[in-house]
Design a protein around this ligand. Sequence first.
Ligand code: SF4
Ligand code: SF4
Length: 325
Amino acid sequence: MNDIFNIEVNLKNYNKFSHNSIISTNIPSNINLCLWYLNTECNYKCPFCGCSNQIKNEIIRTPHEIENAFNKHGKQWIIFLTSLGEPFLYPKFLEIIKILTKNNYITINSNLSHPNVYSLPSYANLDKLIAVHAAYHVIEIEKNDPEQIKKNDFIKKINFLQNNGINTVVSYVAYPPLLKRIENDFNLLRSKGIKNIMAKPFRGMYQNKNYPKSYSKKEWALLIEISNSINEVDFLDLADNYKNYLCDAGYRSFFLDQKGDLFRCRSDSQKIGNFFSDEILFSNKTCICGMDKQNCLFACVLSSMHANEGIANNLSLWRKIFKNY
Ligand code: SF4
Ligand code: SF4
């Protein structure tokens, strides 16, 4: 897989004096980015998740409708199928992956609980499957299906994906009650052959404390030390503000919700159209960010011109903390 799609490599190579976004410097101009909440249903109820997991999808799109919607703009897309539910539960999910990876690149976020994970390599065009981000929700697995733990179901699926040459990254949300066991859990996963594992900072309130701000220096160092695959975005402080800086969101990158409504980014509630209709107000240039609050740092990191300077500074800060600890 070409390194242009690897955010870690992009961040490391980023020149903070270039005053361009990662998208405009690293992604060819015929490719747009789309963060897509395909599915709102989930079979888990993780205590740290804001998803509405019991809500049925309002609209189900067919693979054919989805193919048309992504093909009609004359662009290729990098599609981040991300979490507001478990994507493998979506009707005809494997067929959707098959048609999307004919022409577009995708990453999939999943809890890997569904048996169809084993069919993924026979449906996806593996050259266009950038990565599977597999969330190891150990509390939910232990609660719902202790047999799964004994059978190492999650671990077997990761090994299966790795053995099929799929770039697989296991993420583990560092929810405060899990901090005492996280290292042991990581050691277990590694001892079973799992290669890329990263801790994801918990964002939210726990026992009246605001996270990730409330992690101690020692806890931060642990999260960085045990992660051999770090998505640096997850280690940044959301307090950074990108308002009034130029951004490629709405021009090269977008947020698509479950109903098909398209937005400049997840922080902007003003709809620019419906992706499954013909009336979409794409911007033809980078525009100023007017958001007081950014609630999806991932889009800012990739699209904003200011965010990258913030990242470069934050990266050296985190490396310093890690080194000096
Ligand atoms: S598996 Fe993912 S989407 Fe489902 S409840 Fe847990 S964090 Fe939320
Ligand atoms: S919130 Fe982030 S992604 Fe959205 S316009 Fe502002 S900088 Fe860009």
